[in-house]
Design a protein around this ligand. Structure first.
Ligand SMILES: Nc1nc2c(ncn2[C@@H]2O[C@H](COP(=O)(O)OP(=O)(O)O)[C@@H](O)[C@H]2O)c(=O)[nH]1
Ligand SMILES: [Mg+2]
Length: 492
């Protein structure tokens, strides 16, 4: 997310930090580079101009020039101005009336239907009673899609096949929602390839028919400035209450996220960061700024972790680790938790210095997790509970069962044993909960991550990479090399 912009800004800061004092001339140089970086990120021209002006004024302030760490001051200034640009604070959904009506509008393919389901899931987790309504009636497949997603998140979906009177369907859905004591009704509407009068008219009538509390534009971030002008159009026609910016996971530039609020006055309320139904986050300007600046986003990681992880389960595992009873069943459970969190890679990317670690995980076999899972699932229940039982002949059987080489099974078991030893010895027997709940500073890598992934503790305070981490990387590289060699030999 926004990698290019983040890298460029970090380079600017690095150069500034290398200078003992700041002068008007090196500030001017830095401003030029920041300006180019923002333009390359497809940020609106007017927005860039105003932004640079403000940052420059702040930088030329007396306190900054006289301060002992001018370079760091500039980081803070840019950070604060980015936060301001994106709207300062998160803006909550207005869902106080019962039922509240949330309408999702936007162009075709922006992510309305997916976001409707994501939002439903999110509200459900907040213990709201939710209903979805299919008002995209022109393509039967669109109704099917919403029904399937509704089943996936276990939320009822209101449909009227055959009826094409959208305002009427919406009004009927609202009646049904009232009858069912629903807290929030989410209406998924039809999109077009372009904004047209007919679509806008239908949306206006629909929003009036249900007195929508929220009209959210769902826009694809990758469209950049195009997304901004779409937002502007919809806002003028409908009076949007906010924006869901989707596909930020594939948006290297970030122009839409940085411009929409400033240009349209509409707050971004949520961001879509992946195709999974849990990949919807509240948009926090401050966290987004620190993500862009590469300072990591520890806070939202912590939040995510505590939402996904069962506390009792975590405590149970902690006890087992202390008693050295941690077995392959527990290991599998931990793997599942990591996958729930969006995979180790996405976790690492959110941490300070995580971008580099992201590259490390790319070096790993992308099927790494599923391979480990397959091996564990090929063990008998007794083997899983008593790993010491697994001798060579059992390894051979597990290898055959999971479609791996014996060496790979041995590798897993050796690393698992090492990990167990480490857990017992280190006195840092943190499981995910302990690691994230520890408070303050960068969290240690959960000790219970799979072999080769363990040790978020490998990140030092500088966001760099510690000796332990480097050693691990070397070991990994070596392992990979050996595996490749073996594969080559096999082929021959
Ligand atoms: N990577 C990614 N894909 C998304 C996101 N939101 C939606 N999509 C994908 O975009 C495509 C279109 O989404 P859909 O909800 O059908 O769009 P609609 O036409 O506006 O209803 C689907 O393949 C979704 O999986 C997101 O945040 N990230
Ligand atoms: Mg749709």
């Amino acid at each position: 997310m926004f990698d290019a912009l983040g890298d460029k800004l970090q380079n600017v800061f690095k150069r500034l930090r290398g200078q003992a004092t700041l002068s008007e001339s090196n500030i001017a140089d830095a401003m030029r580079e920041i300006r180019l970086a923002l333009l390359a990120a497809d940020v609106n021209l007017k927005v860039v101009r105003e932004f640079i002006e403000k940052v420059r004024d702040d930088c030329l302030g007396q306190e900054v020039l006289r301060s002992v760490t001018p370079g760091q001051q500039v980081v803070k200034i840019v950070n604060d101005r980015l936060v301001e640009l994106m709207g300062d604070a998160a803006v909550a959904l207005n869902i106080t009336s019962k039922p509240s009506v949330v309408m999702l509008v936007g162009l075709h393919g922006g992510g309305k239907t997916t976001s409707a389901a994501k939002l439903a899931l999110r509200l459900k987790k907040e213990r709201k009673k939710v209903m979805l309504a299919a008002a995209d009636v022109y393509r039967p497949a669109a109704i099917d899609q919403l029904e399937i997603l509704g089943r996936e998140v276990d939320v009822p979906v209101y449909v009227e096949r055959g009826n094409q009177n959208v305002p009427q369907i919406a009004a009927n859905a609202l009646e049904e929602a009232k009858y069912e004591h629903t807290d929030v009704l989410i209406i998924d509407t039809a999109g077009r390839l372009q904004i047209d009068e007919g679509m806008v008219q239908e949306l206006v009538l629909t929003s009036q028919a249900v007195r929508a509390d929220e009209i959210l534009l769902v826009a694809d971030a990758a469209l950049g400035q195009e997304a901004v002008s779409v937002a502007d159009h919809f806002h003028q026609a409908l009076g949007l209450t906010g924006v869901i910016l989707t596909k930020l996971d594939g948006d290297a530039r970030g122009g839409a996220a940085l411009s929409i609020r400033n240009v349209t006055g509409c707050p971004i309320k949520f961001i879509g960061i992946g195709e999974k139904l849990t990949d919807l986050e509240v948009f926090y300007p401050d966290r987004m700024a620190s993500r862009i600046l590469g300072m990591g986003d520890v806070v939202s990681l912590v939040e995510k972790a505590s939402a996904e992880i069962d506390e009792d389960e975590a405590r149970r595992l902690q006890k087992k680790m202390q008693k050295n009873q941690f077995d392959f069943n527990d290991f599998l459970a931990q793997l599942k938790q990591i996958t729930n969190l969006g995979g180790a890679e996405s976790i690492m990317k959110m941490l300070p210095g995580g971008r580099d670690l992201g590259k490390l995980s790319e070096q790993l076999d992308p099927k790494y997790f599923s391979r480990i899972e397959a091996m564990i699932l090929s063990m008998t229940p007794r083997e899983r509970a008593t790993p010491d039982l697994i001798d060579f002949s059992r390894r051979k059987r597990i290898a055959r069962g999971s479609g791996n080489a014996v060496e790979q099974v041995s590798g897993l078991i050796n690393q698992f044993n090492q990990m167990r030893k480490m857990m017992r010895k280190s006195g840092m027997m943190r499981n995910l909960m302990g690691a994230f709940g520890g408070g303050g500073g960068a969290p240690d890598l959960p000790m219970s991550m799979p072999p080769g992934m363990s040790g978020l503790g490998g990140i030092d305070d500088e966001g760099g990479v510690s000796a332990r981490e480097r050693q691990k990387r070397r070991r990994l590289a070596k392992l990979k090399k050996q595996q490749k060699k073996k594969q080559r030999r096999k082929k021959k």
